[in-house]
Design a protein around this ligand. Structure first.
Ligand code: NDP
Length: 246
């Protein structure tokens, strides 16, 4: 049998990019995957349909991560089928750039609402539904450790907030047999971070492996952390960044 047969997984922001690769990977390995989107309804439905066409189980739910009620309801909906939730992947995230002089408080609040508060909200909704062996995986960023460009301070702050969150929550959740970790990618080719252009070249110049990663590479580390094999990994941030922060 596949490693995630009989497991239910919930992935935020699964319609595009890294989240979509995570949905495909967990479903291919047997999980029943419920994932959220905000605006990309047709991408989300197409992804769910292609997973089902390949014999997997996936289901898309519209839920703005910044809306605590909608997000909590989506988590509950994910557990409705099996009565439990085994794997939570907090992937939805936004990058709003801007130098300090122009950066609005509205953008600051939005960055925190999606990148940090939503992670806490989803975890709070998921934990009562998680059996021993449960897995919580957040998509952080190598920018929690190295932010070599101006205009990205709020984003970097939001991702380093997740480091403290998993360290603290590993202590709350360890006694229940639940692990919690951050996967911390470097540049990954998505709509958020296109792999060509001057800025891409600049980033490659900082890396030991001068290229963008793929969503599939990130999904591989998520699948490892979600697996039985990773039972002793908790409270950690695992960089997967081509040496960006090395
Ligand atoms: P994309 O912008 O390509 O995709 C973002 C996904 O998140 C979409 O599915 C989008 O849904 C969803 N999303 C965004 N905001 C919300 C919201 N408020 N509610 C629900 N869903 C939302 O991003 P990536 O795939 O590149 O990034 C995924 C994660 O990885 C983020 O947390 C990001 O910070 C992190 N990351 C990315 C890196 C990169 O280089 N790409 C590097 C390091 C970390 P919809 O399609 O409906 O808009």
């Amino acid at each position: 049998t596949l490693p995630f047969t009989g497991k239910t997984a919930f992935v935020t922001g699964g319609s595009r990019g890294i989240g979509a690769a995570i949905v495909r990977r967990l479903a291919r390995q047997g999980a029943h995957v419920v994932f959220t989107y905000q605006n990309s309804g047709s991408d989300a439905e197409a992804l769910a349909a292609s997973v089902r066409a390949a014999g997997g189980q996936a289901h898309a739910v519209k839920a703005d991560a910044a809306d605590a009620q909608a997000l909590s309801a989506a988590v509950a909906e994910a557990a409705r089928v099996t009565g439990k939730l085994d794997i939570l992947v907090n992937n939805a995230g936004i990058f709003l750039p801007g130098a300090i002089d122009d950066f609005s408080l509205a953008d600051f609040d939005k960055t925190l609402a999606v990148n940090v508060r939503a992670v806490f909200v989803a975890i709070k909704a998921a934990v009562p539904l998680m059996p021993s062996g449960g897995r919580i995986i957040n998509i952080g960023s190598t920018n929690a450790h190295r932010m070599p460009f101006a205009g990205a301070a709020a984003y970097a702050m939001s991702k380093s907030a997740l480091s403290g969150l998993v360290q603290g929550l590993s202590r709350d959740l360890g006694p229940r047999g639940i692990t919690i970790n951050n996967v911390e990618p470097g540049p990954v080719a998505t709509d958020m971070n296109p792999p060509t252009g001057d800025f891409a070249d600049l980033m490659h110049g900082l890396m030991a492996l001068p290229r963008h990663g793929t969503g599939e590479e990130i999904a591989g580390m998520v699948a490892y952390l979600a697996s039985e094999e990773a039972a002793f990994v908790t409270g950690a941030g695992l960089k997967i960044d081509g040496g960006f922060a090395a």
